[in-house]
Design a protein around this ligand. Structure first.
Ligand SMILES: Cc1cc2nc3c(=O)[nH]c(=O)nc-3n(C[C@H](O)[C@H](O)[C@H](O)COP(=O)(O)O)c2cc1C
Length: 325
């Protein structure tokens, strides 16, 4: 399937309507990115958010630096930063860029706790006047793409139109929109009629995000919004081949047997990868189980439950091996 969107002027040439793997805290670590990057090759990868630490000796922790510089050859890695616009985001970005980071994305959508109360993440909507100066400064220092990922507002989905002039004035390269408010968290559905309005009114390319889990939904959202590309989140964690399915390079709907085998192979690769970067059975299993928790298929539920019950990596590996063969 060829996705038909608005001709994009995204900073990485070849794909007309790119498919991006979204940033997901606790999930899109370098181990998972490596597996996706070598199997289904999203057009763009994002890190989990890097939390800015204003006033600390280093504004970015060492472990975040390791994550921010773990690239997959041939795929742009966008590093997402989260912090208050007037407190540390610029400083942290300078630090990241000095260590070789090319692409920066600012999180304006995180709906969780402290972030929204300190004017970071979704909280930036409370101080829209701080957004443009921050983005202008970032524009000067980011060598590759500069982008923003946002929700539609805090408690009113029209709030995005108040900050849109800041995105345009600072000439960011693209905007990723998850059309839910911060208050909504994950309830209800993403409002892709609103995404369309944002695409029409915004002077920078818009990437649509939210609730795409099938080939049909991908086509529908692209059709409905005319966006420059799609960002896949939970749908891709549950079904990495969604990238290939949308590209027409994998069956749109595998049989239950195929699906089990695909999942088992993918989870085995993740397990191999996690064993090299995480330590001890408890941590490795916790990371893998957070992926399994997002697999929604009713006909895989019992199998997923038995995966989640495993207390040792060895036991989990055995179950996965049995399903692959
Ligand atoms: C577990 C989890 C962690 C997330 N972490 C981040 C994050 O670090 N930064 C961010 O911008 N969005 C984050 N998100 C939001 C996703 O990137 C995405 O915008 C949202 O899930 C909607 O897309 P989807 O319906 O395709 O999942 C997270 C979502 C989930 C489920």
């Amino acid at each position: 399937m060829v996705l038909e969107g608005r001709a994009s002027k995204l900073p990485w040439g070849s794909e007309p309507n790119p498919l991006l793997l979204g940033p997901m805290q606790g999930l899109t670590n370098r181990g998972l990115r490596e597996v996706f990057g070598t199997t289904v090759r999203p057009d763009v990868l994002f890190t989990e958010f890097v939390r800015v630490r204003p006033g600390a000796e280093t504004p970015v922790t060492n472990s975040d630096f390791i994550e921010a510089t773990a690239t997959v050859p041939g795929i742009p890695l966008v590093v997402q930063v989260i912090g208050s616009a007037d407190e540390g985001v610029v400083e942290a970005t300078r630090d990241l860029v000095s260590r070789g980071v090319q692409h920066i994305n600012v999180n304006m959508g995180c709906p969780w706790g402290r972030m929204t109360s300190i004017l970071a993440g979704g909280g930036m909507f409370r101080a829209p006047e701080t957004v443009e100066p921050m983005l202008r400064e970032l524009r000067e220092i980011v060598p590759g793409s500069l982008s923003v990922k946002t929700r539609s507002g805090i408690d009113d989905e029209r709030q995005i139109f108040d900050v849109m002039p800041a995105f345009e004035a600072a000439s960011i390269d693209f905007l990723v929109v998850h059309s839910r408010t911060v208050q909504q968290k994950y309830t209800g559905a993403a409002n892709h009629d609103l995404t369309r309005e944002i695409v029409e009114r915004c002077g920078v390319p818009v990437i649509a995000n939210g609730d795409v889990t099938t080939v049909e939904e991908a086509a529908k959202v692209m059709d409905q919004t005319g966006a420059a590309g799609l960002m896949l989140g939970r749908g891709a964690i549950a079904d990495p081949w969604l990238f290939d399915r949308i590209r027409g390079q994998a069956p749109a709907r595998p049989t239950g047997v195929e699906r089990r085998r695909e999942l088992a192979r993918h989870l085995s690769l993740l397990l191999d990868s996690y064993e090299t970067i995480f330590h001890g059975d408890a941590q490795i299993l916790a990371k893998l189980k957070s992926v399994v928790a997002l697999i929604p298929d009713a006909d895989q539920a019992r199998w997923c439950k038995s995966l989640k019950k495993q207390k040792r990596v060895q036991g989990l590996r055995q179950l996965l091996n049995e399903a692959v063969h």
